[in-house]
Design a protein around this ligand. Structure first.
Ligand code: CA
Ligand code: CA
Ligand code: CA
Length: 300
């Protein structure tokens, strides 16, 4: 009997350890859990290893049918990163933030052909963008000399499916729904790696919220749009789904900020499919607008 009680206690203890592991990995925002690793029966050692490395960022998010729906979250995020906007200053500044609204260079309604890597802001604002797809383009939803997203993706519905937060242009990968951002000291032309305290992105037309699925299925997957934040060693610091706003041309914002510059790169998965098909119950096509991030500081 004693033996049975002892083994029950040990089973209960083991379950607690598993539960702590589950909580720890979820609190840490790590979606990859390795069940193959040996599980230590010592919860003290496990707790030490799991909790000390995670630093929680401040998270800013909002979604809704119009610009006003997300404006206060964007304003709060800008304030958290700090003033001023450092524009195209070709040096590392101690304070402030950088912003890219994709609307510069006259005429501003031009559709820029997809390029990879996208180095337009590499030297001037310390950010390089790449995609596993064909390239990255700036375009208005429709119109301009090249016809905007409508012509770029050959889909007339894109004229009304998406709207700009900052008019007239949006930013999008072509041939993929993934955009990677890496940070460098401004003025170094990509030669000096850097990290930022925070990074935020405005999306248009995130339809699918966390936990819902096509048709009557519910709770079978996450939101269509995900942002992952990585440190200098490539380790995942944090990841979060963007909030959704169903309908046409809605807006979503997701930004996070740490107390120190530790975000060296960001992966943005915008929508659950590469742009091209109609935006519907199965295909949640999503476009990006303003990127807002802390001043890139040289990695120490
Ligand atoms: Ca814009
Ligand atoms: Ca939609
Ligand atoms: Ca959509």
């Amino acid at each position: 009997m004693k033996k049975l009680v002892k083994s029950l206690v040990s089973v209960a203890g083991f379950s607690l350890v598993i539960m702590f592991m589950f909580l720890a990995t979820h609190v840490a925002g790590q979606t990859l859990i390795s069940f193959g690793d040996p599980v230590s029966p010592d919860p003290v050692a496990l707790g030490d290893a799991s909790f000390t490395e995670f630093v929680a960022p401040a998270v800013f998010q909002a979604a809704g049918p119009n610009i006003a729906s997300i404006q206060s979250a964007v304003t709060d995020f800008r304030a958290a990163l700090g003033d001023p906007v450092n524009g195209n200053a070709l040096t590392e500044l101690t304070i402030g933030r950088r912003e890219i609204n994709w609307d510069g260079a006259v005429p501003t309604d031009v559709t820029t052909p997809p390029v990879n890597p996208f180095n337009t802001f590499l030297n001037t604002r310390g950010a390089q963008f790449t995609t596993p797809g064909v390239g990255l383009s700036q375009a208005p939803p429709s119109g301009g000399p090249q016809g905007g997203l409508v012509t770029l993706f050959g889909n007339a519905t894109y004229a009304t499916a998406f709207r700009a937060f900052s008019s007239p242009r949006l930013f999008t990968p072509v041939g993929s729904n993934t955009t990677d951002a890496a940070f460098f000291v401004a003025g170094s032309n990509g030669t000096v790696r850097a990290a930022v305290t925070g990074f935020g992105v405005i999306f248009t037309d995130v339809d699918q919220p966390d936990g819902s699925g096509p048709g009557t299925k519910r709770g079978n997957r996450g939101s269509s749009t995900l942002v992952q934040f990585f440190g200098a060693d490539g380790g995942l610091l944090f990841s979060s789904f963007a909030p959704a706003s169903p309908g046409n041309g809605g807006f979503s914002f997701l930004g996070i900020k740490f107390n120190d510059p530790r975000i060296a790169s960001v992966r943005i998965i915008a929508g659950n499919v590469a742009p091209g098909p109609n935006d519907d119950d199965n295909n949640d096509v999503v476009m990006m607008d303003d990127f807002i991030y802390g001043e890139p500081h040289k990695l120490q």
